[in-house]
Design a protein around this ligand. Sequence first.
Ligand code: HXC
Length: 511
Amino acid sequence: MSMLEKLEQLNKLRAQIIAGGGPKRIEKQHEASKKTARERIELLCDPGSFIEINVFAGDSSTEKNDYPGEGVVTGHGTIDGHLVYIFAQDFTVTGGSLGRIHADKICEVLDLAMKTGAPVIGLNDSGGARIQEGVDALNGYGKIFFRNTIASGVVPQISVIMGPSAGGAVYSPALMDFIFMVQHTSHMFITGPAVIKSVTGEEVSMEDLGGALTHNQTSGVAHFIAEDENTCLSMIRQLISYLPANNLEEPPLAPPREPAGDPEELLTIIPDDPNRSYDVKRIISLIFDGGELLEVHPYYARNGVIGFARINGQVVGIIANQPNHLAGCLDINVSDKISRFIRFCDCFNIPLVTFMDVPGFLPGTDQEYGGIIRHGAKMLYAYSEATVPKITIILRKAYGGAYLAMCAKALGADSSYAWPTAEIAVMGPGGAVNIVNREQIAKAENPAAVRAQLVAEYREKFANPYIAAARPFLEDVIDPRDTRKKIIMALRALVNKRESRPRKKHGNFPV
Ligand code: HXC
């Protein structure tokens, strides 16, 4: 064969791979409001930056090609100039099912990402283990799970569900740091509706069982929801803009911007009546650059708010109680949500800024039987373990164990400030007088009036920031309008913070 003939053969083979499962299957994919793997990569990466690797893996090097590209496109590209490694399953090739070489291609992406210190983005759209390949497919999953675990805390791993993700296949996304889902076209479940019906008799639709809303709102498996694939891919680009490439780098700096709105509003957001709620996100928007917060898990455990923001151009992870929901109490789900976020930020050198207004742990048998003790312990563990700069601002209530769990000084907060509205005490005034003054209230002619009087006295005496400040558990009690300045100065002072822990294999996180 001459060079020209060889080039012709090369082009033919390449065209066959790029064609994936062929025009009919591509049409079916589009009819289902889904894009092909290559279309998704093009939208995700900077134009022209994607370089495919292992192009001819598997049968792709022959003209008799049942599995073009082995059902997955792999390589690296850039997002706003930052290198990322990508694998994108191609549903048009045997339903994106995972065989041995498909798995090897994904493993190589994970290995290269770890070697080069770049984030991994996996676009999942797959019918699961390729049935024809049996245990080879299972082993392939195992190799991916192993690498996801080893890569955890080394490079950010982002998983995007853009079609089915069923059976054990859901565990690669679950081992990664963030899961995006697309409304109506993505589904995740361990056992499908048919199996559930045959085992339990329960009828459930695929959407209710494992759709994007279910996992963003109810199960907490997914962190982000997008209305369509275009929006999803641009949300991923936004997330990447906050993240360092790996655990040895700092998050990228951006030009500083002023917050949105008038800081004077900070004086009026917290109601004078301590039993009334407010939206803590309003406070956040008045403190951070551009008033922007990339909220993680916005629909799950809404009694806590977590997300990424910038202050003076520097990326921080924000954790806040949300008084608007369950009065901002800590419960099982919010403990899981917050503690995993703390650990992500600590892995990737993102300082933590905590806003506290917490009346306590949520009372009730549901919580106790569900194990609030071991779930709440995760927050204590995660904050204590974290060595990134930790700044805590106490806005209002800071009661009991929940005060500690929201990064009190004792848990290693480097800078802790309180607003004058702060109430730092062992428990709320209502609970305290019920215990300490039980007899006095019971014997009173007008128990309600006596109780109200005692509550007011308790609040005056104990529920303020000055007892804690005197110990001193607080650096200062500040004017709310100075909060942004104080955080910026604290971060500046902590820029070279180095804190070590005893050498050990690893701790035993209370899962
Ligand atoms: C081989 C598969 C496949 C699979 C789909 N296909 N899943 N081929 N192995 N697992 C093929 C189909 O034969 C079809 O081929 C093409 O992909 C598209 O599939 P359709 O069924 O036409 O698509 P759709 O109607 O959209 O349904 C998608 C689906 C369904 C819901 C994913 O295909 C399905 O239920 N597949 C089986 C899912 C499953 O049980 N997988 C194994 C799970 S066990 P043609 O040639 O017709 O286009 C598992 C264990 C992992 O994954 C354990 C890890 C630890």
